[in-house]
Design a protein around this ligand. Structure first.
Ligand SMILES: *Cc1c(COP(=O)(O)O)cnc(C)c1O
Length: 446
Protein backbone atom coordinates (compact mmCIF):
# COMPACT_ATOMS: atom_id res chain seq x y z
CA UNK A 1 0.00 0.00 0.00
CA UNK A 2 1.31 3.43 -0.79
CA UNK A 3 2.19 5.80 2.03
CA UNK A 4 -0.43 8.25 0.80
CA UNK A 5 -3.21 5.64 0.66
CA UNK A 6 -2.37 4.32 4.09
CA UNK A 7 -2.64 7.82 5.46
CA UNK A 8 -6.06 8.37 3.96
CA UNK A 9 -7.62 5.01 4.86
CA UNK A 10 -7.58 5.66 8.58
CA UNK A 11 -7.22 8.91 10.40
CA UNK A 12 -5.97 6.96 13.40
CA UNK A 13 -3.12 5.25 11.56
CA UNK A 14 0.04 7.25 12.10
CA UNK A 15 1.31 8.98 8.97
CA UNK A 16 4.12 7.01 7.36
CA UNK A 17 7.29 9.04 7.25
CA UNK A 18 8.51 9.11 3.64
CA UNK A 19 11.86 7.49 2.95
CA UNK A 20 13.26 10.67 1.40
CA UNK A 21 12.92 14.42 1.95
CA UNK A 22 13.14 14.98 -1.83
CA UNK A 23 9.86 15.45 -3.68
CA UNK A 24 8.42 17.41 -6.58
CA UNK A 25 6.29 20.41 -5.71
CA UNK A 26 2.59 20.00 -6.23
CA UNK A 27 0.36 22.18 -8.40
CA UNK A 28 2.08 24.53 -10.77
CA UNK A 29 5.52 23.95 -9.20
CA UNK A 30 7.38 21.17 -10.92
CA UNK A 31 10.63 21.71 -9.08
CA UNK A 32 12.34 19.11 -6.95
CA UNK A 33 12.39 20.22 -3.32
CA UNK A 34 14.35 19.20 -0.23
CA UNK A 35 11.95 19.82 2.65
CA UNK A 36 10.47 23.15 1.43
CA UNK A 37 13.58 24.43 -0.37
CA UNK A 38 13.89 24.38 -4.18
CA UNK A 39 17.01 22.48 -5.14
CA UNK A 40 17.50 24.49 -8.34
CA UNK A 41 17.86 27.56 -6.14
CA UNK A 42 20.58 25.86 -4.08
CA UNK A 43 22.40 24.72 -7.22
CA UNK A 44 22.36 28.30 -8.48
CA UNK A 45 23.38 29.85 -5.18
CA UNK A 46 26.18 27.45 -4.22
CA UNK A 47 27.16 25.89 -7.53
CA UNK A 48 27.58 22.20 -8.37
CA UNK A 49 28.60 19.51 -7.54
CA UNK A 50 26.74 20.13 -4.28
CA UNK A 51 25.72 17.81 -1.46
CA UNK A 52 22.37 18.71 0.12
CA UNK A 53 21.06 17.15 3.34
CA UNK A 54 17.76 17.46 5.17
CA UNK A 55 18.02 18.05 8.92
CA UNK A 56 14.36 17.03 9.21
CA UNK A 57 15.04 13.65 7.71
CA UNK A 58 18.08 12.99 9.92
CA UNK A 59 16.07 13.96 13.03
CA UNK A 60 13.26 11.60 11.98
CA UNK A 61 15.65 8.68 11.59
CA UNK A 62 17.17 9.21 15.03
CA UNK A 63 13.65 9.38 16.47
CA UNK A 64 12.74 6.10 14.75
CA UNK A 65 15.45 4.31 16.74
CA UNK A 66 14.32 6.02 19.94
CA UNK A 67 10.75 4.82 19.31
CA UNK A 68 11.70 1.28 18.31
CA UNK A 69 13.97 0.80 21.35
CA UNK A 70 11.78 2.63 23.87
CA UNK A 71 11.89 0.99 27.28
CA UNK A 72 15.29 -0.56 26.62
CA UNK A 73 18.38 1.18 27.96
CA UNK A 74 20.27 2.12 24.83
CA UNK A 75 22.60 4.68 23.22
CA UNK A 76 22.71 5.36 19.53
CA UNK A 77 26.37 5.78 18.58
CA UNK A 78 26.16 7.26 15.07
CA UNK A 79 28.85 5.86 12.78
CA UNK A 80 30.93 8.92 11.93
CA UNK A 81 32.45 7.45 8.77
CA UNK A 82 29.08 7.52 6.98
CA UNK A 83 29.14 11.32 6.97
CA UNK A 84 31.52 13.20 9.20
CA UNK A 85 30.65 16.85 8.54
CA UNK A 86 31.10 18.80 11.79
CA UNK A 87 27.70 20.52 11.56
CA UNK A 88 26.00 17.16 11.14
CA UNK A 89 27.89 15.70 14.10
CA UNK A 90 26.93 18.73 16.20
CA UNK A 91 23.29 18.37 15.19
CA UNK A 92 23.32 14.66 16.06
CA UNK A 93 24.90 15.49 19.42
CA UNK A 94 21.98 17.87 20.01
CA UNK A 95 19.63 14.97 19.29
CA UNK A 96 21.43 13.06 22.05
CA UNK A 97 23.50 10.53 20.11
CA UNK A 98 26.95 9.17 20.88
CA UNK A 99 29.47 8.30 18.17
CA UNK A 100 31.20 5.28 16.66
CA UNK A 101 34.64 6.23 15.36
CA UNK A 102 37.30 4.31 13.42
CA UNK A 103 40.29 6.66 13.52
CA UNK A 104 42.07 9.40 15.43
CA UNK A 105 40.78 11.81 12.80
CA UNK A 106 37.19 10.94 13.62
CA UNK A 107 38.00 11.30 17.33
CA UNK A 108 39.23 14.80 16.55
CA UNK A 109 36.00 15.58 14.69
CA UNK A 110 33.91 14.52 17.70
CA UNK A 111 36.16 16.54 20.00
CA UNK A 112 35.59 19.64 17.86
CA UNK A 113 31.85 19.07 17.30
CA UNK A 114 30.75 17.68 20.65
CA UNK A 115 33.52 17.71 23.25
CA UNK A 116 31.13 17.03 26.13
CA UNK A 117 30.11 13.74 24.52
CA UNK A 118 33.54 12.11 24.24
CA UNK A 119 32.40 9.72 26.98
CA UNK A 120 29.83 8.40 24.48
CA UNK A 121 32.42 7.43 21.88
CA UNK A 122 33.13 3.84 20.91
CA UNK A 123 36.35 3.26 18.98
CA UNK A 124 36.17 0.49 16.34
CA UNK A 125 38.60 -0.59 13.61
CA UNK A 126 41.19 -3.31 12.98
CA UNK A 127 44.27 -1.09 12.89
CA UNK A 128 44.42 1.44 15.71
CA UNK A 129 47.86 3.01 16.14
CA UNK A 130 49.54 3.72 19.49
CA UNK A 131 49.04 7.46 18.94
CA UNK A 132 45.32 6.98 18.23
CA UNK A 133 44.92 4.79 21.31
CA UNK A 134 46.74 7.37 23.46
CA UNK A 135 44.46 10.15 22.21
CA UNK A 136 41.36 8.09 22.92
CA UNK A 137 42.58 7.11 26.39
CA UNK A 138 43.24 10.78 27.17
CA UNK A 139 39.75 11.67 25.89
CA UNK A 140 38.21 9.08 28.28
CA UNK A 141 36.03 7.48 25.61
CA UNK A 142 33.33 4.94 26.52
CA UNK A 143 35.01 1.82 25.13
CA UNK A 144 37.58 0.38 22.74
CA UNK A 145 36.12 -2.25 20.43
CA UNK A 146 39.17 -4.52 20.20
CA UNK A 147 39.58 -6.68 17.11
CA UNK A 148 42.62 -8.89 17.85
CA UNK A 149 44.94 -10.29 20.53
CA UNK A 150 47.71 -8.05 19.23
CA UNK A 151 45.52 -4.98 19.61
CA UNK A 152 44.62 -5.99 23.15
CA UNK A 153 48.35 -6.20 23.94
CA UNK A 154 48.98 -2.77 22.45
CA UNK A 155 46.03 -1.27 24.31
CA UNK A 156 47.28 -2.69 27.61
CA UNK A 157 50.77 -1.40 26.93
CA UNK A 158 49.52 2.13 26.17
CA UNK A 159 47.18 2.14 29.20
CA UNK A 160 50.05 1.04 31.46
CA UNK A 161 52.26 3.77 30.00
CA UNK A 162 49.61 6.42 30.69
CA UNK A 163 48.59 4.86 34.03
CA UNK A 164 45.01 4.43 32.86
CA UNK A 165 42.50 1.62 32.74
CA UNK A 166 41.14 1.01 29.25
CA UNK A 167 37.48 -0.07 28.93
CA UNK A 168 37.36 -2.96 26.47
CA UNK A 169 34.79 -4.76 24.32
CA UNK A 170 35.92 -7.58 22.07
CA UNK A 171 34.45 -7.32 18.61
CA UNK A 172 33.39 -10.87 18.00
CA UNK A 173 32.93 -12.46 14.63
CA UNK A 174 29.68 -14.45 14.91
CA UNK A 175 30.22 -16.26 11.58
CA UNK A 176 26.78 -15.22 10.37
CA UNK A 177 26.04 -14.76 6.69
CA UNK A 178 24.25 -11.57 5.73
CA UNK A 179 23.38 -10.92 2.10
CA UNK A 180 25.06 -7.73 0.94
CA UNK A 181 27.86 -6.63 -1.38
CA UNK A 182 31.06 -8.64 -0.66
CA UNK A 183 33.05 -5.44 0.03
CA UNK A 184 30.75 -4.48 2.91
CA UNK A 185 30.13 -7.90 4.44
CA UNK A 186 32.16 -8.37 7.63
CA UNK A 187 30.62 -11.00 9.89
CA UNK A 188 32.18 -14.26 8.69
CA UNK A 189 35.44 -15.87 9.72
CA UNK A 190 36.93 -15.23 6.27
CA UNK A 191 36.73 -11.47 6.88
CA UNK A 192 39.45 -9.42 8.54
CA UNK A 193 37.09 -8.08 11.22
CA UNK A 194 36.58 -9.24 14.78
CA UNK A 195 37.82 -12.32 16.66
CA UNK A 196 36.29 -15.79 16.69
CA UNK A 197 34.00 -16.60 19.59
CA UNK A 198 36.44 -19.10 21.11
CA UNK A 199 39.34 -16.65 20.92
CA UNK A 200 37.17 -13.89 22.39
CA UNK A 201 36.54 -15.96 25.49
CA UNK A 202 40.26 -16.35 26.17
CA UNK A 203 40.90 -12.65 25.52
CA UNK A 204 38.23 -11.65 28.07
CA UNK A 205 39.92 -13.80 30.69
CA UNK A 206 43.22 -12.22 29.83
CA UNK A 207 41.71 -8.69 30.01
CA UNK A 208 40.04 -9.47 33.34
CA UNK A 209 43.43 -10.33 34.84
CA UNK A 210 45.04 -7.07 33.73
CA UNK A 211 45.28 -4.04 35.99
CA UNK A 212 45.12 -1.78 32.92
CA UNK A 213 42.18 -3.31 31.09
CA UNK A 214 38.55 -3.48 32.09
CA UNK A 215 36.26 -5.73 30.05
CA UNK A 216 32.96 -3.83 29.95
CA UNK A 217 31.25 -4.87 26.73
CA UNK A 218 30.88 -7.20 23.78
CA UNK A 219 30.50 -5.82 20.27
CA UNK A 220 29.53 -7.17 16.89
CA UNK A 221 29.10 -5.64 13.43
CA UNK A 222 28.21 -8.03 10.64
CA UNK A 223 28.32 -5.72 7.63
CA UNK A 224 26.55 -2.89 5.91
CA UNK A 225 23.43 -2.44 3.76
CA UNK A 226 21.77 -5.54 5.25
CA UNK A 227 18.08 -5.50 4.33
CA UNK A 228 16.86 -8.45 6.37
CA UNK A 229 16.60 -8.28 10.17
CA UNK A 230 17.24 -11.97 10.86
CA UNK A 231 21.07 -11.98 10.57
CA UNK A 232 21.21 -9.30 13.29
CA UNK A 233 19.16 -11.55 15.58
CA UNK A 234 21.37 -14.55 14.86
CA UNK A 235 24.54 -12.61 15.56
CA UNK A 236 23.21 -11.18 18.82
CA UNK A 237 22.02 -14.57 19.97
CA UNK A 238 25.63 -15.74 19.80
CA UNK A 239 26.74 -12.62 21.63
CA UNK A 240 24.13 -13.32 24.31
CA UNK A 241 25.50 -16.82 24.84
CA UNK A 242 29.00 -15.43 25.24
CA UNK A 243 27.79 -12.84 27.75
CA UNK A 244 26.12 -15.57 29.86
CA UNK A 245 29.24 -17.69 29.71
CA UNK A 246 31.41 -14.76 30.77
CA UNK A 247 29.05 -14.02 33.65
CA UNK A 248 29.42 -17.56 34.93
CA UNK A 249 33.17 -16.90 34.99
CA UNK A 250 32.72 -13.71 37.01
CA UNK A 251 33.12 -11.31 34.08
CA UNK A 252 30.17 -8.96 34.18
CA UNK A 253 29.37 -7.43 30.79
CA UNK A 254 27.68 -4.04 31.11
CA UNK A 255 26.93 -3.29 27.48
CA UNK A 256 26.29 -5.11 24.21
CA UNK A 257 27.10 -3.23 21.02
CA UNK A 258 24.95 -4.44 18.12
CA UNK A 259 26.98 -2.51 15.51
CA UNK A 260 25.43 -0.85 12.47
CA UNK A 261 24.54 -2.21 9.08
CA UNK A 262 20.79 -1.74 8.76
CA UNK A 263 20.13 -1.22 5.04
CA UNK A 264 17.88 1.07 3.05
CA UNK A 265 16.13 0.80 -0.30
CA UNK A 266 18.02 2.62 -3.04
CA UNK A 267 15.28 1.90 -5.57
CA UNK A 268 13.06 4.79 -6.57
CA UNK A 269 10.10 2.46 -7.14
CA UNK A 270 10.21 1.49 -3.46
CA UNK A 271 9.80 5.03 -2.20
CA UNK A 272 6.09 4.47 -1.74
CA UNK A 273 6.43 1.09 -0.06
CA UNK A 274 9.72 1.26 1.83
CA UNK A 275 8.68 2.29 5.32
CA UNK A 276 11.82 3.16 7.30
CA UNK A 277 10.06 3.01 10.67
CA UNK A 278 8.82 -0.51 9.88
CA UNK A 279 12.41 -1.51 8.97
CA UNK A 280 13.75 -0.22 12.29
CA UNK A 281 10.90 -1.88 14.17
CA UNK A 282 11.63 -5.26 12.55
CA UNK A 283 15.30 -4.80 13.42
CA UNK A 284 14.44 -3.86 17.02
CA UNK A 285 12.25 -6.94 17.42
CA UNK A 286 15.19 -9.17 16.47
CA UNK A 287 17.55 -7.33 18.79
CA UNK A 288 15.13 -7.38 21.74
CA UNK A 289 14.40 -11.06 21.30
CA UNK A 290 18.06 -12.01 21.11
CA UNK A 291 18.95 -9.92 24.15
CA UNK A 292 15.98 -10.93 26.33
CA UNK A 293 17.20 -11.23 29.90
CA UNK A 294 20.22 -8.98 29.38
CA UNK A 295 19.98 -6.11 31.83
CA UNK A 296 22.84 -3.93 30.68
CA UNK A 297 22.92 -1.20 28.08
CA UNK A 298 22.49 -1.67 24.35
CA UNK A 299 24.72 0.32 21.98
CA UNK A 300 23.73 0.79 18.33
CA UNK A 301 26.04 2.06 15.58
CA UNK A 302 23.89 2.92 12.56
CA UNK A 303 25.41 5.14 9.88
CA UNK A 304 23.80 4.63 6.49
CA UNK A 305 20.29 4.23 7.87
CA UNK A 306 20.50 7.61 9.63
CA UNK A 307 21.81 9.73 6.79
CA UNK A 308 21.90 8.05 3.36
CA UNK A 309 18.39 9.02 2.29
CA UNK A 310 18.60 12.48 3.85
CA UNK A 311 21.17 13.49 1.23
CA UNK A 312 21.47 14.03 -2.52
CA UNK A 313 24.30 15.06 -4.80
CA UNK A 314 23.32 17.86 -7.18
CA UNK A 315 25.14 18.01 -10.48
CA UNK A 316 24.84 19.87 -13.78
CA UNK A 317 24.81 18.30 -17.22
CA UNK A 318 27.86 19.47 -19.19
CA UNK A 319 26.83 17.87 -22.45
CA UNK A 320 25.46 14.84 -24.15
CA UNK A 321 27.51 12.66 -26.47
CA UNK A 322 26.87 9.60 -28.58
CA UNK A 323 29.27 6.72 -29.24
CA UNK A 324 27.81 4.17 -31.62
CA UNK A 325 24.37 3.43 -30.27
CA UNK A 326 25.11 4.58 -26.72
CA UNK A 327 24.19 7.98 -25.32
CA UNK A 328 26.28 9.48 -22.55
CA UNK A 329 25.17 12.32 -20.34
CA UNK A 330 28.35 13.92 -18.96
CA UNK A 331 27.94 15.66 -15.59
CA UNK A 332 30.14 18.02 -13.59
CA UNK A 333 30.20 15.55 -10.66
CA UNK A 334 32.39 12.49 -10.90
CA UNK A 335 33.53 9.39 -9.05
CA UNK A 336 35.78 11.55 -6.88
CA UNK A 337 32.58 13.15 -5.49
CA UNK A 338 30.53 9.95 -5.18
CA UNK A 339 32.40 6.69 -5.64
CA UNK A 340 29.68 4.21 -4.63
CA UNK A 341 28.63 3.24 -8.18
CA UNK A 342 32.27 2.62 -9.18
CA UNK A 343 33.29 0.89 -5.95
CA UNK A 344 30.24 -1.26 -5.17
CA UNK A 345 28.30 -1.26 -8.45
CA UNK A 346 25.79 0.66 -6.33
CA UNK A 347 22.49 1.82 -7.78
CA UNK A 348 21.47 5.44 -7.19
CA UNK A 349 18.18 6.87 -8.39
CA UNK A 350 18.61 10.07 -10.42
CA UNK A 351 15.98 12.78 -10.82
CA UNK A 352 15.98 16.00 -12.86
CA UNK A 353 15.57 19.09 -10.68
CA UNK A 354 12.76 20.20 -12.93
CA UNK A 355 10.07 17.78 -13.99
CA UNK A 356 9.07 18.27 -17.60
CA UNK A 357 6.54 15.67 -18.70
CA UNK A 358 6.72 16.91 -22.29
CA UNK A 359 10.26 15.62 -22.69
CA UNK A 360 10.76 12.25 -24.35
CA UNK A 361 12.38 9.47 -22.35
CA UNK A 362 15.78 8.14 -23.40
CA UNK A 363 18.10 5.36 -22.21
CA UNK A 364 21.45 6.87 -21.27
CA UNK A 365 24.61 6.38 -19.24
CA UNK A 366 25.17 9.17 -16.74
CA UNK A 367 28.93 9.59 -16.42
CA UNK A 368 31.40 11.95 -14.76
CA UNK A 369 34.38 13.78 -16.28
CA UNK A 370 37.05 11.70 -14.50
CA UNK A 371 39.46 9.76 -16.70
CA UNK A 372 38.28 6.29 -15.69
CA UNK A 373 35.81 3.98 -17.42
CA UNK A 374 34.45 3.27 -13.92
CA UNK A 375 33.40 6.89 -13.55
CA UNK A 376 29.64 6.55 -13.89
CA UNK A 377 26.51 7.19 -11.84
CA UNK A 378 24.06 5.17 -13.92
CA UNK A 379 24.17 2.77 -16.85
CA UNK A 380 21.38 2.18 -19.36
CA UNK A 381 19.06 4.34 -17.30
CA UNK A 382 15.76 5.65 -18.62
CA UNK A 383 15.63 9.40 -18.01
CA UNK A 384 13.89 12.34 -19.65
CA UNK A 385 16.05 13.68 -22.48
CA UNK A 386 18.68 16.00 -21.04
CA UNK A 387 20.59 18.93 -22.46
CA UNK A 388 23.57 20.98 -21.32
CA UNK A 389 22.77 23.10 -18.30
CA UNK A 390 20.09 20.80 -16.86
CA UNK A 391 20.47 19.90 -13.20
CA UNK A 392 20.17 16.41 -11.71
CA UNK A 393 19.91 15.02 -8.18
CA UNK A 394 21.65 11.73 -7.41
CA UNK A 395 19.54 10.41 -4.52
CA UNK A 396 20.46 8.53 -1.34
CA UNK A 397 23.95 10.03 -1.39
CA UNK A 398 24.05 11.24 2.23
CA UNK A 399 26.09 8.28 3.50
CA UNK A 400 29.47 7.23 2.09
CA UNK A 401 29.25 10.08 -0.42
CA UNK A 402 31.18 13.12 0.75
CA UNK A 403 33.07 11.04 3.34
CA UNK A 404 34.49 8.84 0.56
CA UNK A 405 35.25 11.74 -1.78
CA UNK A 406 38.76 12.52 -2.99
CA UNK A 407 40.80 14.97 -5.03
CA UNK A 408 41.38 12.43 -7.82
CA UNK A 409 42.06 14.13 -11.16
CA UNK A 410 42.94 17.18 -9.03
CA UNK A 411 39.30 18.02 -8.67
CA UNK A 412 38.43 20.24 -5.71
CA UNK A 413 35.91 18.83 -3.26
CA UNK A 414 32.21 19.68 -3.41
CA UNK A 415 30.34 22.01 -1.05
CA UNK A 416 27.70 20.81 1.43
CA UNK A 417 24.41 22.45 2.42
CA UNK A 418 22.06 21.60 5.28
CA UNK A 419 18.37 22.25 4.72
CA UNK A 420 15.97 22.59 7.62
CA UNK A 421 12.36 23.13 6.61
CA UNK A 422 12.35 26.43 4.73
CA UNK A 423 15.89 27.41 5.62
CA UNK A 424 19.30 26.31 4.43
CA UNK A 425 22.91 26.97 5.28
CA UNK A 426 26.32 26.14 3.90
CA UNK A 427 28.05 23.61 6.18
CA UNK A 428 31.16 23.17 4.04
CA UNK A 429 32.23 25.62 1.41
CA UNK A 430 33.62 24.45 -1.87
CA UNK A 431 37.34 23.71 -1.76
CA UNK A 432 39.45 26.12 -3.79
CA UNK A 433 42.17 24.95 -6.16
CA UNK A 434 44.72 26.80 -4.04
CA UNK A 435 43.59 24.95 -0.86
CA UNK A 436 43.93 21.68 -2.69
CA UNK A 437 47.65 22.34 -3.20
CA UNK A 438 48.59 23.77 0.20
CA UNK A 439 50.32 20.70 1.69
CA UNK A 440 52.65 20.37 -1.27
CA UNK A 441 56.08 21.87 -1.75
CA UNK A 442 56.60 24.04 -4.79
CA UNK A 443 53.82 26.56 -4.33
CA UNK A 444 55.17 30.00 -5.20
CA UNK A 445 54.71 32.37 -2.26
CA UNK A 446 52.43 35.20 -3.29
C1 LIG B 1 30.82 1.18 9.09
C2 LIG B 1 30.50 0.72 10.47
C3 LIG B 1 29.24 1.00 11.03
C4 LIG B 1 28.13 1.70 10.27
O1 LIG B 1 27.62 0.87 9.28
P1 LIG B 1 26.29 1.30 8.47
O2 LIG B 1 26.09 0.22 7.50
O3 LIG B 1 26.58 2.61 7.85
O4 LIG B 1 25.19 1.38 9.47
C5 LIG B 1 29.02 0.63 12.34
N1 LIG B 1 29.98 -0.02 13.07
C6 LIG B 1 31.19 -0.32 12.55
C7 LIG B 1 32.18 -1.02 13.39
C8 LIG B 1 31.48 0.03 11.24
O5 LIG B 1 32.68 -0.28 10.72
Amino acid sequence: MSAARRRSTSAKTEAVIPARPFHYGTGAGRDLLCDQVRLAQLAKEYGTPLYVYSATSIRQRVQMFADAFAGMRHTLCYSVKANSNLSILRMLADFGTGFDIVSGGELERVRVAAKALLDRVVFSGVGKTAAEIDAALAAKILVFNVESAAELDLLEQRARHLLKRAPVAMRVNPDVFAATHPYISTGMSEHKFGVEMGTAYALYQRAARSKYLEPTGVSVHIGSQIRSAEPFGQALQRVSELVRELKSQGIDIQHIDAGGGLGISYQLEDSETFDPQAAVNAYARQVREALAGFEGELLLEPGRFIIAQAGALLTQVLHEKRNGNKTFVVTDAGMNDLIRPSLYQAYHAILPLRRDTKRKMAVVDVVGPVCETGDFFARDRELPELTAGDFLAVLDAGAYGMSLSSNYNSRARAAEVLVNGRTHRLIRRRETLREMLTQERGLPSK
